[in-house]
Write a protein that binds this ligand. Structure first.
Ligand SMILES: C[S@@+](CC[C@H](N)C(=O)[O-])C[C@H]1O[C@@H](n2cnc3c(N)ncnc32)[C@H](O)[C@@H]1O
Length: 240
């Protein structure tokens, strides 16, 4: 990875080298009964009862995929970083979940098993260079009437600021920040507007206050700020 690499390559490099630390933090959260219960409620409420197949885009170490598989849904996870996929597979194996994990790009996902009943994505849209292309492609991966459920937040209100020694400074430099439509957005309505523009219907935003309160008690990952996260749900209209 060099400073001349394309933006996505630098972002992929960042997440690939960060995977062990990410795994450690997410494992702690998954093992915490209050967080586990809160995330289980988030996904159970977000996914209609007749949801059988779910695609988790930008799955990372599999946090959403694992929680949703535990609800009895058949899950496929996709991520661009090989080290993330390796952790996700191991996490599923240790828990006895039969989840398919594939390496690939969220913007143009080639997802085995499409169309899905639901497509979920946690903490990904903020770091995507082509949010609008991705959202239109995600619609095509959903069956008519299928559910989109995104969790994200305006993580960097006022702009991203990383110290020179933070590897995020290499990946999320000025060029990258210009390319990422949502990285420095200051309100969740920016996500909502793009989801509507991609052709989704019934777009609803729900603040995840329970998780915000838990973060107040237990803290957040190193070098992160406590931020109110939101669930955005939407429906793929029957027209294609
Ligand atoms: C903040 S992590 C979130 C991981 C996981 N969804 C979770 O909730 O823990 C962002 C993830 O997006 C992945 N990612 C970044 N750009 C991507 C892309 N273009 N396609 C697929 N995955 C991508 C990274 O590799 C990383 O695993």
């Amino acid at each position: 990875m060099s400073p001349d690499s394309p933006v996505q390559d630098r972002i992929t490099w960042y997440w690939d080298q960060h995977a062990p630390a990410y795994q450690q933090f997410q494992e702690q959260r998954l093992a915490h009964p209050d967080y586990d219960a809160a995330w289980t409620r988030v996904w159970r409420d977000a996914l209609p009862g007749d949801t059988e197949t779910v695609l988790d885009v930008g799955t990372g170490t599999g946090h959403a995929a694992l929680t949703i598989a535990a609800l009895g849904r058949r899950v496929t996870g996709i991520d661009i970083a090989p080290a993330m996929i390796a952790f996700a597979r191991d996490n599923a194996r240790r828990r006895g979940h039969d989840i398919t994990f594939v390496q690939g790009d969220a913007v143009e996902p080639e997802a085995p098993g499409a169309p899905y009943d639901a497509l979920v994505s946690r903490y990904l849209l903020w770091t995507l260079p082509d949010v609008d292309v991705a959202l239109r492609n995600w619609r095509r991966l959903l069956r008519p009437g299928g559910r989109l459920a995104v969790v994200d937040a305006p993580w960097h209100v006022g702009g991203m600021r990383h110290s020179d020694t933070d590897p995020r400074a290499r990946a999320y430099d000025a060029e990258a920040r210009r390319a990422l439509a949502l990285a420095e957005a200051d309100d969740i309505t920016a996500w909502k507007e793009r989801i509507i523009a991609a052709g989704f219907a019934d777009v609803e935003v729900t603040p995840l206050t329970e998780l915000f309160e838990l973060d107040g008690v237990h803290g957040v990952a190193t070098d992160h700020h406590r931020t109110l996260q939101h669930l955005i749900t939407a429906r793929n209209p029957s027209t294609r």
